[in-house]
Design a binder for this molecule. Structure first.
Ligand SMILES: [Zn+2]
Ligand SMILES: [Zn+2]
Length: 426
């Protein structure tokens, strides 16, 4: 017994010293009996320890997905959620306790899954995915678990996963019902193929009609912790099978109808009017051009210089989001200048002081939005001198440069390579 304890401690030290494959094998397969049962399932603890996954949303579904990933010893887990724990979360979230109320969900969940399994590395992100995690990050993870309650985030995750060729397992729950959809290479069908017009209208549910953010969340639908367990359990099981290259049903939807106790598996079909499929395509990894730039140290002008050096002086940068430059009050002509990603601005940030003085109801509806999504070099110097992370570019992003000569378009994909350390420095 003493010998085994000593061997376990030694194995753990070797395991934590950025270990070689050999050390990992000693600890996981030969000394630590913890993973024995997982091995007996035909799964590989070393492979799981090396896996990198992203869980978006740390609510009812996210809690269950994270718990399962930690139990299985999935080694690197990023968890993103911008919300704070409220008392009603306690009846649906296995990882939260009463003393966690008021804490960021992502941080509390990260803390708790380290307790479940200290072997896993977990990286909490408390801002929106759109503002923090660039497309380059999606090339680094193997599976993305969608555990969110809004369509817009799902659409953004879907698009990044399609471009990076990363498996996207999305779950949704509503009262006692739930579904899991699996999207992966070659992305013959994507989440956006399934989005109806009504869902598209709801996509900006967290925003007002001007795509301005509101401080209060819309009423969320009640969900049972039981259906969250079922759907997140399925999500993680499929993800772990995929990590082991075991066949999974890509392009299918599992639905559980909790009120009538029925389950269905259906094939999803490509929508030929799908906006994501029309606009984006997978980017081969070998076509990425890494630039020696970082979002925190370099400006938009620095990026443009690099792009023009490679593609010629007529090259422009095509942003994959709308960059709001200013708002104008249609009544008073008052201008609020700001350089921010569309959809991240709160209504009270763009108030016209004269409308405020006059106590104008719905003053934000009088504000006209101005935005751009191409940068050619002819923009205002104060914009070009902004650091990349000050104009809404997420970290480790991939920016498209394009030129048009003799009606021929040429595209290149540029990776902001020095940001990589932000995701690996934990
Ligand atoms: Zn599609
Ligand atoms: Zn005004």
């Amino acid at each position: 017994m003493l010998y085994r304890d000593f061997a376990l401690v030694l194995g753990k030290i070797l395991f934590n010293t950025h270990c070689s494959k050999f050390n990992e094998l000693i600890y996981l397969n030969m000394i630590n009996p913890k993973y024995k049962r997982i091995e007996e399932l035909g799964w590989n603890p070393v492979l799981l320890r090396r896996a990198k996954v992203l869980v978006v949303g740390a609510g009812a579904l996210g809690n269950e997905a994270l718990k399962n990933l930690a139990l299985l010893g999935v080694g690197h887990i990023w968890v993103a959620d911008m919300d704070i724990i409220e008392d009603h979360n306690l009846t649906r979230s296995v990882l939260f306790r009463a003393e966690d109320i008021g804490k960021p969900k992502a941080e509390a969940a990260a803390h708790r899954i380290k307790e479940i399994n200290p072997d896993v590395k977990v990286y909490p992100i408390t801002k929106t995915v759109q503002e923090t995690m660039g497309l380059g990050f999606f090339f680094q993870v193997q599976v993305v678990f969608g555990c969110v309650d809004n369509v817009q985030t799902r659409l953004d995750l879907n698009r990044y996963c399609l471009q990076a060729g990363t498996l996207f397992i999305d779950a949704g729950i509503r009262k006692l019902d739930g579904d899991v959809k699996i999207f992966g290479k070659p992305y013959a069908v994507c989440f956006d193929c399934m989005v109806t017009n009504t869902m598209r209208l709801e996509a900006w549910q967290r925003h007002s009609c001007l795509k301005l953010r509101s401080h209060t969340n819309p009423d969320s639908v009640s969900t049972a912790p039981t259906i969250a367990s079922i759907m997140a359990g399925l999500q993680v099981q499929l993800g772990v099978k995929y990590l082991h290259k075991q066949p999974i049903v890509i392009g299918k939807r599992f639905a559980v109808l909790g009120y009538i106790d029925q389950m269905h598996v259906t094939k999803m079909h490509r929508n030929h009017a799908c906006p994501t499929h029309a606009q984006y395509e997978p980017i081969p990894k070998n076509q990425l051009i890494p630039l020696n730039l970082s979002s925190t140290d370099n400006t938009l002008a620095d990026l443009l210089t690099e792009v023009k050096n490679i593609m010629g002086k007529n090259a422009v940068i095509q942003l994959d989001y709308d960059l709001v430059t200013h708002y104008t009050c249609l009544q008073h002509n008052y201008q609020t200048q700001l350089y921010r990603r569309r959809g991240t601005i709160f209504a009270d940030e763009v108030q016209c002081p004269l409308c405020k003085q006059e106590q104008q109801p719905n003053a934000h509806l009088l504000m006209q939005e101005h935005f751009i999504n191409q940068i050619s070099g002819n923009e205002q110097p104060q914009l070009l001198q902004k650091k990349l992370n000050q104009i809404g570019l997420p970290y480790y992003h991939i920016v498209t440069g394009f030129t048009c000569t003799d009606k021929q378009f040429q595209y290149n994909y540029f990776l902001i390579n020095n940001d990589k350390k932000i995701f690996t420095s934990y």
